[in-house]
Ligand binder design. Sequence first.
Ligand SMILES: [Zn+2]
Length: 125
Amino acid sequence: MPCDDMCGHQDSKLTAHGEPIEEAAASVCLKSPDQIIAVGVNCGHPETVVPLIKQMNNIDRDFIAYPNAGVTWDAEKQIFDSQGQSITSFIHSYIDTGIKYIGGCCHVGPDQIRAIRDIIDRYSS
Ligand SMILES: [Zn+2]
């Protein structure tokens, strides 16, 4: 079954487990070359998406990004630090970076998803 490989990340270079993201993505693609159709990042700050995807530009797969709304997880308190912000201002840079699948994770609700869809549709036409 085709699937994507999504990495959580701790900053704009490393996965949540501390590996360089391009090494983690390449490793998964090597293990399942016929099954991985896209690689990307999820639930990180929207500002980290483009640098992370650019690090993976030698990987021959589509790219996918589901950032959160710019919130930070406080592991000690088990809460996000805020309600976040709109991620729509980042969408053009994601498209220009070659990201094919764009969505949202924590604190990105239906209104933002609709706005992202509208931006993509306008940008594509
Ligand atoms: Zn999330």
